[in-house]
Design a protein around this ligand. Sequence first.
Ligand code: KG4
Ligand code: ZN
Length: 344
Amino acid sequence: SGEPVVLGIETSCDETGVGIVRGRTLLANVIASSMDEHARYGGVVPEIAARAHLEALQPTLDAALAEAGLALDDVDAIAVTSGPGLAGALMVGVGAAKALALGAGKPLYAVNHLVGHVGADVLRDDGSAIELPTIALLVSGGHTSLLHVRDLLDDVELLGETIDDAAGEAFDKVARLLGLPYPGGPQIDRVAASGDPAAIRFARGLTLPKDLERHRYDFSFSGLKTAVARHVEKLEAAGAEVPTADVAASFREAVVDVLLTKAVAACRDLGVPRLLLGGGVVANARVREVAASRCAEAGIALRIPPLSLCTDNGAMIAALGAELVARGRPASPLSFGADSTLPV
Ligand code: KG4
Ligand code: ZN
């Protein structure tokens, strides 16, 4: 067919991702993660992530081409995440993509990571197409952002984002203070299953009337993390046992409540009855439950791509690249660089 074959490279955080698409069809999606190397530090260490990308890129690229049954020559264009993300990590991907594009004589497209998360949705194989406009809630270890997407390439507006920790980062930090291993999200999810979400009423960040004027769609999780720490410290100082399951469940409830309250508010305020979720925190069982019930109540169509497309991956970057090629957009000049704070 005439649809462009695009190879996408993603290295903005700790996942080295190479994906290949033909138009909106997924051909390959290979991911190498340096997560294990960060475990002993309780969070992603930028320097370690960058070095790991350097080692993983070539094998990941080879594996993706093998999975698609293609040679680099069969690819029509290359797309790469140019930001936002960790500067050193991004540089490895951008440098590699430029070398590949130059060497193979292929056009190169710089892609925004956050928009990539939205673009991932076009690769679902259930035959349903993404409907625009949509509100998108992207929650991972590196970002917590609320977007208004009217057009994938030309009209993505950032409504709000975290002013401190990302939601996944909060899960990781709270897990650590509860003595649970990294990454903390799945651990909190597991422990919270047997806890009471109403046991402790932790404050919801940026939800007070005075916050809503300036920070209606912004998030804050560092105060919540501190509140959990204080709660645990107080119990320990009193020689009492820490009810880990209740703390985990109550913390998770506070995070999920804020995420979905703000996402649903955005849908209502802007008259957009569609919500798309993306990012690794979408794996959270409670996020999925509360998203489903609140959206059903509010008459909002909820879309959650399969988890392999929600976590950081190269296929979503390739998908946006294919969209750019399909719409006849010019390739990016090779002078572009990695931009850790690239706006949408
Ligand atoms: O999208 P992702 O794989 O990439 C990075 O941000 O690097 O997201 C990873 C983040 C981690 O912070 C992890 O703790 C969190 O997503 N996470 C979860 C769950 N599974 C992963 N958070 C809450 N509940 C989960 N089940
Ligand atoms: Zn991401």
